[in-house]
Write a protein that binds this ligand. Sequence first.
Ligand code: TXE
Length: 492
Amino acid sequence: MNGEPDLCIGGQWRHASDGGTREIVNPANGSIAAVVDEATADDARDAVAAARAAFDDGAWPGTPVAERAALLDRIADLLQRDKEDLASLETRDTGKTLVESRIDIDDVTSVFRYYAKLAGVEADRIVDVGDPTIISRVVREPIGVCVLIAPWNYPLLQMSWKVAPALAAGCTMVAKPSEVTPLTTIAFAHLLDEAGVPPSVFNLVQGSGAAVGAALTDTAAVDFISFTGGVPTGRTIAETAAKHVTKVALELGGKNPHIVFADAEPESAVDHVLTGVFLHSGQVCSAGTRLIIEESIADDFVAELVARAEKIRVGDGMDPASETGPLVSAQHRAKVEAHVQQGISEGAKLVTGGARPNDPALADGFFYLPTIFDQCDRSMRIVSEETFGPILTVERFTTEAEAITLGNDTEYGLAAGVRTSDSARGERVVRALRHGTVWLNDFGYYTAAAEWGGFGKSGNGRELGPTGLTEYQEIKHIWQNTSPQGAGWFKG
Ligand code: TXE
């Protein structure tokens, strides 16, 4: 960063082989936050080769689980030691508020603590085959060389969901953060060195998806790819991986319904609908972007949402007065603006926002106002397509069955919220929704100990929880005969 080498390949910190660099922009003001090395495809191939050699020599996969767990705990300690530095780096890189960045670093820490504990718990299994001379065991082994590709909205958090279980399982890896937001992952890689991760176990390359991402995925030398990002890129990676029959896990975002029944507790409902969609300016895969509300309370509820949305303080994430920050890049804001125009042309009723803030102090940043569209229906693209910005659409229902139909009417299936004071109805609706996470009278929370991932086009596989570890393991059945005799088949 800023002249220091940023690629970590085979235990060495290096500059890009062609000397290439990339300017990282602070989305709050358009300034250059840092200049980092931009890897080439050859650098990416070197990193894969280093990870491959480190896996195949057997030292790291053979390291006792207790040692690997202790290493994860040391990483967690260092994350907490460096929390303030990492949080401010994340804010400068992504634009999110410092409060959010601090929460991110705490969450990253808890992921390492969780997998430190879980590493040794996933015990082998003895199978009774009905013959006392046979010992049949099912054991778990590391899946091998992993490629970990992360997006820009939660750079270090998303990367930690991959790195922690990969280390716990005994895998080696190449990590590629988003080229838009690599700063905390670079700092984190230094921290892994300090914690004592052996050379070549963790390799880091940053650069574009087209060059570096493609080189990391289009190879038979990799055993597993874990990707978080958009659907088109996920599809490309899955197609590339299929050529090599590489295993893939994909987390591809969502278009998440937040269903509010008339008997919901009103104050917390308004609060959670706002937070659910406008946190981090809507750049959250589980953002509750579709409000699905019972007709009888809809007008008053939307009026209250609009009044509160207009008071949200948009500003530089480093300013403690800001409640939400900018969008990540000028390019991404252009995408959000085009989506809003699409909504208007489809006939959705814009009731607030739909513009950049007019505060001159924010003119150089990539800010966009919290935006609400009323009178939406599911034929509209603004309702069906992921915007990944601060845009809420409002649809109305009159029956429980209709609410469920609307909530499931999406190609995605990452997350959903339900609000009602009728617990029996809450249970019925929660079970009927086809989404990977469903919140009942809450929104947005997750824990390292519970699986995260989606139905439908939200991807495949799960991160976090015990399944988030098994993604990084192969299962082997060992059949042992304690008193071998002839098989008795071919006697001639
Ligand atoms: O993501 P990409 P983009 C959604 C959101 C957003 C859209 C596009 O709707 O507007 O995706 O965002 C790497 N081979 N999400 O274009 O391209 C890339 O370098 C290998 C949802 O920024 O998916 C980066 O590291 N890698 C999401 C990562 O993929 C490739 C979070 C994600 O970038 C590659 C972010 C290739 N061919 C966006 N091309 C979520 N699920 O939370 C790109 N990459």
